[in-house]
Write a protein that binds this ligand. Structure first.
Ligand code: SF4
Length: 250
């Protein structure tokens, strides 16, 4: 079998190298070179994108909305029927809401906790409020626009998972997902990896792991409570009753 990649249904593109957050768990924001993919450069790649049968482009970064002409790139992809997802800090969404609604299919915003925790992790005072304003403005463009949250679990927010879920709900997000902070890879602009001190700054100790476990169990219990009414659906009692009434000719 040929080792060559024959198709690439999902393509992750980093249109811009810099970021407008200063997150504790990442060094991308330390990049000083502002590099971006130009519209001409993308045009040169369009034949390859078609040849590789790309169906879905995920814009990541850095912050894609810092690109000087992001929506030209999006237009070129859209013309080829490619679905586009934007991963964003949310800080610039309000400014670009109309174009986001027009050229991007769905947005995933970073949400690392309730306001104070989120701002601390992001290293940007007021980041939560800017995110909230972005979501509000985007929803004004089109109320059913799909916006999901994604949270990076780490030392600073491991005891705030329930608060994060509440914040997601208050912000009007459609869903929230959690992933652990990456402490060991060479991704996130750390080619040498992190030393032990930096890993410990972001990673959880034994006591914090117990806090995290308690948060997860509390969320599961709450979801279980909310699902209780659905259990009645699952045991089909309503269907049995309907069948009885049908048989009785009611
Ligand atoms: S984690 Fe994301 S938002 Fe935070 S600095 Fe890195 S690239 Fe920017």
């Amino acid at each position: 079998m040929s080792p060559e990649i024959q198709a690439l249904p999902v393509l992750i593109v980093n249109p811009h190298s810099r970021c407008n957050c200063r997150c504790t768990m990442c060094d991308i924001w330390k990049t000083t070179d502002a590099l971006e993919i130009g519209a001409d450069e993308l045009r040169r790649q369009l034949a390859s994108i078609e040849q590789m049968e790309v169906e879905w482009v995920v814009l990541s970064g850095g912050e894609p909305l810092m690109h000087s002409d992001l929506f030209s790139l999006c237009r070129a992809l859209r013309e080829r029927g490619v679905r586009i997802t934007l991963l964003s800090t949310g800080l610039l969404i309000a400014r670009h809401a109309a174009a986001v609604a027009e050229f991007i299919d769905d947005v995933i915003v970073s949400l690392d906790g309730p306001a104070a925790v989120h701002d601390w992790i992001r290293g940007v005072p007021g980041a939560f409020e800017l995110l909230a304003a972005g979501i509000r403005t985007l929803r004004k463009q089109t109320s059913r626009y799909p916006i999901q949250g994604r949270s990076t679990v780490q030392r600073a927010n491991c005891a705030h998972l329930r608060d994060t879920v509440k914040a997601a709900r208050d912000l009007g997000l459609d869903s929230i997902s959690f992933l652990p902070a990456d402490l060991t890879s060479t991704a996130f602009n750390r080619p040498e990896g992190w030393d032990a001190a930096r890993q410990q700054h972001v990673g959880l100790n034994a006591e914090e792991l117990i806090q995290l476990q308690a948060e997860i169990e509390a969320i599961i219990a709450r979801v279980g409570e909310k699902k209780r009414p659905l259990d009645e659906v699952r045991d089909f009692s309503f269907a049995r009753q309907a069948m009885k009434e049908l048989e009785a000719g009611k």
